[in-house]
Design a protein around this ligand. Sequence first.
Ligand code: OAD
Length: 232
Amino acid sequence: MAHPSIVILTGAGISAESGLGTFRDEGGLWAQHRIEDVATPEGFARNPQLVVDFYNARRAQAAEAVPNAGHAALARLQAEHPGDVLLVTQNVDDLHEKAGSPDVLHMHGALNSALCGACEQRWPAPLEMHVGEACPQCDAPTARPDIVWFGEIPYQMERIEQALLNADIFAAIGTSGNVYPAAGFVQMAAHVGAKTVEMNLDPSETVALFEETRPGKASETVPEWVASILGS
Ligand code: OAD
């Protein structure tokens, strides 16, 4: 195949070596915070301050973080691969962009974006958001972090599904395979005959669905995989 179409899904594991905590590893974010409190619309309605503080802390941490060799290798793949490369991330940090990736689809939202809960306008989030901030478009005091919470629909699913239907290669990197619909992408890609590869520190929940696994740290496995694709 001359120029395979590639779809890549990344998760918290690719940012782990940049110092950002994962969710489900020992001591991860979901061991320290209850999902219902900080990552659901109901939690935000009950205690918006807690939720805004949680994402302010994560935004501050992400602002300090620098991309690692895994992010850099994916940016290189996007720049040098002559076929299509769609980079989908579940991460809300901007380390792919900092590494130079030109087009990143943030299916679970982004820390550096704010969203109006009333009119759905988006704008760049300040480093520190405040409860009850007004929307610049409709003036309602309904600003919230632009994060897809549990029970909400991930962004740009149509574009992702279209790319998966045309994929020749699907790679999942640093994701535990616990959260759908992302965890189901491997099945969609395999269904259309794409070659599937997992790069993760530990086997994910869906490891059995992948044709190939490259266990290890993303900073090592991803540059090796990218070099194998680019033939260098
Ligand atoms: P998880 O915390 O569930 O999984 C992270 C995965 O990364 C684990 O399987 C680790 O083994 C692996 N890992 C850790 N360090 C690694 C490294 N250096 N190199 C490679 N792999 C490594 O994170 P996600 O799968 O991204 O959603 O979680 C999915 C979603 O669940 C998140 O987007 C978030 C969360 O709830 C929302 O908040 C909406």
